[in-house]
Design a protein around this ligand. Structure first.
Ligand SMILES: Cc1cc2nc3c(=O)[nH]c(=O)nc-3n(C[C@H](O)[C@H](O)[C@H](O)COP(=O)(O)OP(=O)(O)OC[C@H]3O[C@@H](n4cnc5c(N)ncnc54)[C@H](O)[C@@H]3O)c2cc1C
Length: 370
């Protein structure tokens, strides 16, 4: 499914794996998480093969809203309430650190212009103020905001990025550092040291599975902990009558939009409007959610034509924490970022490689301890 990110971008093509291979690390999934892990492995001197069932950034990593948000999916005050202040603070700080690393790795794709959480109603405004208060207690930046978008909070450290261009840059860096990448190469099964694909087997000391929306399909041992969710978006032709300088999310982050530098509007949301039908791995748009997005852009005063409509799947956990787990000896799974995996996915990809390479990772420990 084409998206606004495909305009002017060219995904590099790779061969399908056709033979058996032996390597230090096999990374399954060439989205933002897997590609970050590959570059981290190469920097640490590991030999690595990356495989993907489809194309580079062919699923959520190339089909998302392009928001770079600090923290896990839960707002900071919710994370504090659920996981304790010390741990919530550590998780938030890890994501800030990762955004800085992402910015320095692919500066051309990233803009740290701040992000707006806008209240949909008075109740949400009260929640925004609690959110802000919690950030302040921990010394994280945030301020109250009122402007044409509405009232809420501005988080100056957040930003936007071009997810597909960033993935392409990560691929170029990986190739330059000696990675071997194969597309149209689906992992059929994974066990300690072995990945089976249709035309070749990979023997690897360690395996990292970074396939967010499809995680429980390949690793059924995770199916009681995570569930798939489809997220939908649309984008318009350039719209001149509105000006949104910063990305906006509202309705407890169910809905989110941004205006791209060329004036195009890209908007996602309505997962709750779609209801249980959206708890699925099936990648297709639906009339119900797309009609809702059409209505949302009209409410924002946008009259430009819709140019692209798309969907992709991610995974959620009930706890709100992502999965970062050694599922069987030497097989590590990351994913289930609950819809905000752009930063956390890269962070956990890096953390798992750090653990594989050195035997420990503070980031992994902070994310995974119960
Ligand atoms: C519409 C939408 C909007 C979103 N907006 C945002 C946002 O604004 N900010 C944010 O932080 N997050 C957002 N997210 C979530 C974010 O996009 C994902 O969490 C993140 O991209 C996950 O990246 P990943 O690399 O872990 O997995 P993916 O991007 O899902 O990549 C997984 C890759 O694995 C491959 N694969 C799957 N199964 C196999 C297999 N068996 N063998 C080999 N390869 C396989 C796929 O082909 C795919 O390329 C959004 C998601 C969607 C769908």
């Amino acid at each position: 499914m084409k998206t606004v990110w495909d305009i002017g971008a060219q995904r590099p093509k790779f061969a399908t794996l056709q033979e058996d291979r032996t390597v230090d690390l096999c990374v399954i999934g060439l989205g933002g998480s897997g590609l970050t892990a590959i570059n981290e492995s190469l920097a640490r001197g590991l030999s690595v093969i990356g495989i993907d069932a489809g194309d580079i950034a062919g699923e959520a990593a190339g089909h998302n809203g392009g928001f770079l948000l600090a923290g896990i999916a839960q707002f900071h005050h919710e994370a504090v309430a659920n996981f304790g202040r010390e741990r919530a603070r550590a998780l938030y700080q890890h994501t800030l650190d990762e955004m800085a690393r992402m910015e320095s790795a692919t500066p051309e794709s990233i803009k740290r212009i701040g992000g707006l959480r806008i209240a949909f109603d008075d109740e949400e405004f009260a929640d925004c103020i609690q959110h802000l208060g919690s950030l302040k207690i921990d010394g994280f930046p945030g301020e109250e905001y009122e402007g044409p978008e509405g009232r809420g909070i501005l988080i100056p450290t957040d930003g936007v990025f071009h997810p597909l261009n960033r993935a392409i840059s990560l691929v170029q860096q990986a190739l330059a550092a000696g990675a071997e990448l194969f597309t149209n190469t689906k992992a059929l099964s994974v066990e300690s040291n072995f990945v089976a694909t249709p035309h070749g087997k990979i023997e690897a000391k360690n395996i990292l599975v970074a396939i967010d929306g499809n995680l429980a399909l390949l690793l059924p041992q995770l199916k009681d902990d995570i569930y798939p969710v489809r997220l939908q978006m649309l984008s318009t032709t350039p719209e001149r009558s509105v000006h949104f300088p910063r990305p906006v999310y509202t309705r407890s982050a169910y809905d989110y939009w941004q205006q791209l530098p060329d004036g195009r509007i890209s908007i996602g949301g309505g997962r709750d409007i779609g209801g249980e039908e959206e708890d699925t791995n099936e990648v297709r748009t639906t009339e119900k959610v797309q009609n809702f997005l059409d209505q949302r852009i009209r409410e924002l005063g946008i009259t430009a034509d819709v140019e692209h409509r798309w969907a992709a799947t991610v995974s959620y956990t009930k706890s709100g924490l992502p999965i970062a787990r050694e599922v069987t000896e030497g097989v590590y799974a990351i994913g289930a970022y609950c819809g905000t995996g752009n930063v956390v996915g890269a962070l956990l990809g890096r953390a798992m490689v750090e653990n594989i390479s050195t035997g420990k990772s503070q980031i992994w420990s902070d994310f995974s301890h119960s």
